[in-house]
Design a binder for this molecule. Structure first.
Ligand SMILES: [Zn+2]
Length: 95
């Protein structure tokens, strides 16, 4: 029942000077460079849960969620999936 140990942890990376961001699977001891600026990117938030899940799909970071139909990452503030057009449920806890 032990979870797989080869699952890569996906982080949101940010280049401090330019503020550019990217999602990448980070491995310890590896430095990630922005492809365009060459600036070192630092992981800022974790995009995948540590707990194993049935798939390797990205889970929702704080400002993204997953479309239930096409499994694409979409913004939490969009009402319809830009990929497949599925109507998204309203968020809880709104003002
Ligand atoms: Zn969709």
């Amino acid at each position: 029942m032990s979870p797989p140990v080869n699952r890569r942890q996906v982080y949101r990376l940010r280049a401090p000077a330019s503020g550019r961001e990217a999602l990448a699977a980070v491995e310890p001891g590896t430095v990630y460079l922005d492809r365009e600026t060459g600036e070192e990117m630092r992981p800022v938030t974790r995009a995948l849960p540590l707990a194993p899940s049935e798939s390797s799909l990205l889970r929702t970071p704080d400002n993204l969620r997953i479309c239930r139909r096409c499994d694409q990452l979409i913004g939490v503030d969009v009402s319809d999936c830009p990929y497949c057009g599925l109507r998204q449920p309203a968020l809880d806890g709104g003002s």
